[in-house]
Design a protein around this ligand. Structure first.
Ligand code: NAD
Length: 371
């Protein structure tokens, strides 16, 4: 499909292709919307060519580059929706750096990338994402003020993962109350897929609330870290989605909710941190709905991290209690989505998209009127 007509592109304000011969930098910065504020979203560093063999195609760009464009556009639009639904003064954007971060991700390349971010004059703020580390972002920050999620400094908000986990925990509570009529998680069985930064914090919250935990990861050390903290049933990675439980919490990679996995899901709720859990929006969430499974839209439930970062973009001081209160609002937002979905008998993912699009459209109109 032509780029401008694709759903991923959908009204992007600006997409910038960046290259720097001296360092080998090849990057794309996508600014989907600045209606609500500066477009803010992570920088993904990914070897797109390696995941696609680099075979020639009938399009003018290679398959790897095609994947990079698709990824940055889809993720950038997703950030607009996430930030809108979280009630933030942030628009949506995302950037990708093409290549293997282990081979290319040195300070010089990140400096070059920082200079490109700087040229956008604050319409885009970069943060950490898959393949970029706090050190790499710090290197970019030596060339620009438009980087957030940094450790230390006057306004630095640091690791977003604990805030993301708190939001997911709150979202699980809201889903359990809505679907199972229970106001606590005592005895509720939760299957957590992926025990990385977010998954481990989430397990701690769930344990504290008396939930029964079933876990998996592809890295044994991550499973051991969770077992060191208390009891949990461990299953193989390919079995977690089919576990007999109340809540399935995907906290690993995206795409785990697809036609192959949906028939096996026994949970009545899918609610987890992973981005892009559905293979196709409006398809898998409708399949889940028809099977009586409540799906908490991923970008709504996993917004705790970006909620925590907002104050850094605006150079505001926010104490822990105020930050936590903002994250806890995720539960109320989800309740509104669940109620609308029930009333209109339509999937939660589509309801959330429509709510987000409405917020962005109204902000765009207000911005135009003020100009
Ligand atoms: P992470 O890389 O620290 O953890 C992911 C974990 O999943 C790792 O332990 C990995 O070994 C495991 N894993 C990978 N493939 C697996 C598989 N097939 N089966 C089981 N386990 C598998 O990432 P994270 O920061 O914890 O983020 C988790 C998810 O939440 C990601 O999709 C991320 O995009 C999303 N997310 C994270 C944040 C945040 O604040 N960190 C914010 C929003 C969304």
């Amino acid at each position: 499909m032509p780029v401008f007509d694709s759903r991923s592109f959908m009204n992007h304000e600006q997409v910038v292709f960046c290259s720097d011969q001296a360092t080998g930098l090849k990057a794309i910065i996508a600014v989907h919307s600045t209606a609500l504020g500066p477009a803010t979203g992570g920088t993904r560093f990914w070897d797109y060519a390696a995941t696609h063999s680099g075979a020639p195609t009938d399009v003018a760009i290679s398959r790897g580059e095609q994947d990079a464009v698709y990824d940055v556009l889809r993720l950038s639009r997703g950030m607009s929706y996430k930030n809108a639904m979280a009630g933030l003064r942030l628009g949506g954007g995302k950037s990708v750096i093409i290549g293997d971060p282990k081979k290319l991700g040195n300070a010089e390349l990140m400096h070059a990338f920082g200079r490109y971010i700087n040229r956008l004059g604050g319409s885009y703020y970069a943060a950490e994402d898959v393949g970029t580390s706090p050190d790499m972002l710090q290197a970019a920050a030596s060339e620009t003020d438009y980087v957030c999620g940094l450790e230390g400094g006057e306004f630095g908000t640091g690791d977003p993962s604990p805030h993301t986990a708190l939001g997911v925990f709150e979202g699980i509570k809201a889903a359990v109350e809505h679907r199972l009529g229970k106001t606590d998680l005592n005895g509720i069985k939760v299957a957590v897929q992926g025990l990385g930064h977010v998954g481990q914090y989430l397990v701690n919250h769930l344990r504290g609330a008396g939930a029964e935990i079933i876990v998996t990861d592809i890295v044994d050390a991550n499973i051991q870290a969770v077992l060191d903290g208390g009891a949990a049933t461990v299953v193989k990675p390919d079995a977690i989605h089919a576990v007999d439980c109340d809540v399935f919490a995907p906290c690993a990679l995206g795409g785990g909710i697809n036609p192959a996995t949906i028939p096996d899901i026994k949970a009545t709720i899918v609610a987890g941190a992973a981005n892009n859990q559905l293979e196709r929006e409006g398809v898998e969430d409708e399949d889940l709905r028809k099977r009586g499974i409540l799906y908490a839209p991923d970008y709504v439930i996993n917004a705790g991290g970006i909620i925590s970062v907002e104050s850094e973009v605006y150079k505001e001081r926010l104490d822990d209690a105020a930050r936590e209160a903002k994250v806890l609002r995720i539960g109320d937002t989800l309740k509104r989505i669940f109620e609308t979905s029930d009333r209109e008998e339509r999937p939660t993912g589509i309801i959330a998209n429509e709510m987000a699009e409405d917020i962005i459209a109204r902000a765009s109109e207000a911005k135009l009127a003020a100009e």
